[in-house]
Structures are given as structure tokens and as C-alpha cells.
Design a protein around this ligand. Sequence first.
Ligand SMILES: [Zn+2]
Length: 95
Amino acid sequence: MSLHARAVRHALRMLGAVMIGVVLVLTVDRLYGHSTIAFAAAIVLLLIANAPMLRFNCPDCGKNAFFRGMFVVPWPNRICTRCGRDLSQTHSQNR
Ligand SMILES: [Zn+2]
């Protein structure tokens, strides 16, 4: 599987995690009233779920597929923004 395909799968998983986080916060909000703890827990969960994002790096130059310049985007680049390598044709070194 290519690096891009794996990165897209991670992006979709994150989308699911965000929705679970939103549902969690809304559910707690409805049952117990507004809770900062539920909100904080959802943020922490998302940070943990998003940690694998840092492994999607271009094998040539090491640039992360989720970074466009200095900015993090929720969808991976198909073409490396630094060296122009086609990441959809690149086999991932990661598991
Ligand atoms: Zn590159």
C-alpha cells in the first residue's frame, strides 16, 4: 500500500475519531450539563489518535505528507510539497 493510501486511511480514521469526540461531548453535555472535563478528555483522545500522523513522511526528503509549508492539513498531499515525489506511487516504510 502506498504512503498516500495509508495517509488517507489515517485521515478517515481521524474523521471518525473527531465524530466520536463530538458525540461524547454532546452526550455528556445532555446528561450531566456542560462539562469541561469531557471536552478535555475528547481533546486528549484526538491528540493520541492523531499521533501516527507524524510517521507519514516522504522517503526522499522526510517531509510530512500532512504538512503544506508550515501548516498542518487534515488531508494528506499526494505529491510531496518539498521534493515533488509522487507519494501515491511510494511504498511506505512503516508498518
Ligand atoms: Zn519529499
